[in-house]
Design a protein. Structure first.
Length: 161
């Protein structure tokens, strides 16, 4: 249950950030379109290229208003892009780590259960072997005792002759 909740939160955050980026790019594109009288494609192009910190320099603001908007945009939105990227990457990393941790935890638990089962089986085999060894030792002791008694009787017989 907790795993599903964590995945839903990650998806919601990424989805929300994506919509936030799309809306922000649209708003800044309209602002550049109004300030610089660029067509919508050039405004969108400038916004996206600047937002992604690439900025080729082929489309640049010329008016004072456009330059002010570009400065505010660069100061506010470029660091925001870096922050959003780091948040998304952190969420993806955490998801990856949690997934692998859960996978390895299950594997470790399974291996631990198998080892415990093998240890119990080995313990049973050891107990059986100990019983067999004691039985054999007892038989050897009885046989040795019988052999000793026969040998003692034989000596007595020899002594009497």
């Amino acid at each position: 249950m907790a795993k599903k909740h964590r995945e839903i939160d990650t998806k919601r955050i990424i989805f929300s950030l994506l919509w936030f980026i799309i809306i922000a790019i649209a708003i800044w594109s309209v602002l550049f379109h109004i300030a610089e009288w660029w067509n919508y494609f050039d405004s969108l192009y400038f916004t996206v290229i600047t937002f992604s910190t690439i900025w080729y320099g082929d489309v640049i603001p010329v008016t004072h208003v456009g330059k002010i908007i570009a400065m505010v945009y660069a100061i506010l939105w470029v660091p925001l892009f870096v922050w959003i990227t780091s948040v998304v990457m952190e969420l993806r990393f955490k998801k990856f780590v949690f997934h692998n941790f859960e996978h390895h935890t299950k594997s470790f638990k399974k291996a631990d259960a198998e080892l415990r089962k093998e240890l119990v089986e080995e313990e049973l085999r050891n107990l059986q072997q100990e019983k067999e060894i004691k039985k054999i030792e007892k038989e050897i002791k009885n046989k040795t005792k019988k052999d000793w008694m026969i040998s003692k009787i034989m000596r007595k017989i020899k002594l009497k002759k």
